[in-house]
Design a protein around this ligand. Structure first.
Ligand code: A3P
Length: 279
């Protein structure tokens, strides 16, 4: 990956940027033929909103609810699988925990027709941008750049998987869909056990208070960072970086902060999801 020049690391598919090495066009095309199952659990999140956190939480909820470890699929995102790997998906035992960063309109249609349960994690735009900036610099498949260069790209949606605001708006429209549960990073930080309880009951698992407590303790930032080298390999520290609400204050200038507030109001004012993305 290091040999690819920064300007060649991203490419556009149907108008949206993707990392070329992990999500070549053939992967995105192959995805269209993924057959969802009614008992799949689909984790959907815009990049850097807490996907890996939630993946850990969901795996633990499933394990507690089923009394055995769920079969975990690698790679973590459907976008990374590619044509041959579709077979692996078809052979995987139910219930499958699947994940993606795609805009809801680009999620394979069968997930909607099968009414697959979707857990969506969202995060306030400023911390998402800061997390994305650090991630882009720490991950060799993404370009490295300064905050001054990255920030306007994030604002205009010229980043892998597209515009944060487009994703938030599209998920807001699904907020009453009984197959969709939207949780936010900030709510989880405030009360993780409440989040675990809510997600478990959405998925139809009745866990004991002790199970919920244990899952919450094992899913704190500290706990997950400690095991990140074994769970995520050499990029463990990049995935589990700081884990806080409000780190944007260390990066945004006052002008950038006001500009993003205006963009947020323009695009998300009056939405129920927008009202939950505190920062
Ligand atoms: P920071 O870069 O702000 O630290 P994703 O998994 O979607 O790539 O999101 C990564 C962000 O989630 C990172 O944010 C990471 O530190 C944070 N994160 C991961 N696990 C977490 C946890 N258990 N609690 C809080 N934040 C967590």
């Amino acid at each position: 990956a290091q040999e690819v020049k920064d300007e060649e690391k991203l490419y556009r598919y149907k108008g949206v940027l993707y990392p070329r090495i992990l999500c070549p066009e053939e992967n995105l095309k192959a995805l269209e033929s993924v057959e969802a199952r009614e008992d799949d659990i689909l984790l959907a999140a815009y990049p850097k909103c807490g996907f890996n956190w939630m993946e850990g939480v969901l795996t633990k909820i499933m394990a507690a609810g089923m009394g055995k470890q769920p079969q975990t699929l690698k790679p973590p995102l459907l976008e990374f699988f590619g044509p041959d790997m579709i077979k692996v998906l078809d052979q995987a035992a139910s219930p499958r925990l699947l994940g993606l960063h795609l805009h809801p309109d680009n999620i394979p249609a069968s997930f909607y027709t099968k009414k697959t349960k979707m857990v969506v994690v969202f995060r306030n735009p400023k911390d998402t941008a800061v997390s994305y900036f650090h991630f882009s610099n720490g991950n060799p498949v993404l370009p490295s750049q300064s905050w001054e260069t990255f920030y306007p790209q994030f604002l205009s949606g010229d980043v892998p998987w597209g515009s944060y605001f487009d994703h938030a708006l599209a998920w807001d429209k699904k907020i009453d869909d009984p197959s969709v549960l939207i949780v936010t990073y900030e709510e989880l930080k405030q009360d993780l056990s409440e989040g675990v309880r809510q997600i478990s009951s959405f998925l139809g698992f009745s866990l004991t208070d002790a199970q919920i407590q244990k899952i919450s303790e094992d899913s704190t930032f500290k706990a997950m960072k400690e095991t990140s080298a074994s769970s995520h390999g050499p990029l463990g520290n990049v995935f589990f970086r700081k884990g806080e609400v409000g780190d944007w204050k260390n990066h945004f200038t006052a002008e950038q902060s006001q500009e993003m507030d205006r963009a947020f109001s323009k695009q998300l004012a009056g939405t129920r999801l927008g009202a939950r993305l505190h920062y």
